[in-house]
Design a protein. Structure first.
Length: 137
């Protein structure tokens, strides 16, 4: 679902080696009968409010033919176990507003919108796109 389109070829060829260079990154791979079925990419960050590490789930993917088998739950359970081993205070993720299927799965696992004070509302996830270096020269 993510961006709604396939990864660019240059991203496909560089992604694994680029992720391997990030010490706080880790991936969970799921196989069914030796076939790749699912993937979760995570990054460890830090909560200044709790003064403890945090795991952010950046990507969750289950191949269409393996959906409904509980693979998402198994992968996210593994992420949670790793977070507990590392002394993390929480696990975070982003989900698109229109992806109701993913939202339902995450809610079943105990995830909810980020809210410190109900009077202030839920936190929003914002971004600012930066021009690539090659586009600037």
């Amino acid at each position: 679902m993510g961006g709604g389109e396939a990864l660019r070829d240059n991203v496909k060829t560089s992604l694994v080696s680029a992720l391997a260079k990030i010490p706080q990154a880790f991936s969970i791979l799921c196989y069914v009968d030796d076939e790749a079925a699912g993937l979760v990419n995570c990054f460890q960050a830090f909560s200044t409010f709790a003064c403890k590490p945090v795991i952010n789930i950046h990507d969750v993917m289950v191949c269409d033919e393996y959906r409904g088998l509980g693979l998402c739950r198994r992968m996210l359970d593994k992420v949670e176990a790793i977070a507990r081993e590392r002394g993390c205070c929480k696990v975070t993720l982003e989900v698109l507003e229109g992806n109701q299927t993913a939202q339902a799965a995450y809610k079943k696992l105990g995830y909810a919108g980020y809210e410190i004070d109900p009077r202030l509302g839920k936190a929003l996830f914002w971004q600012k796109q930066l021009p690539s270096i090659s586009a600037q020269t």
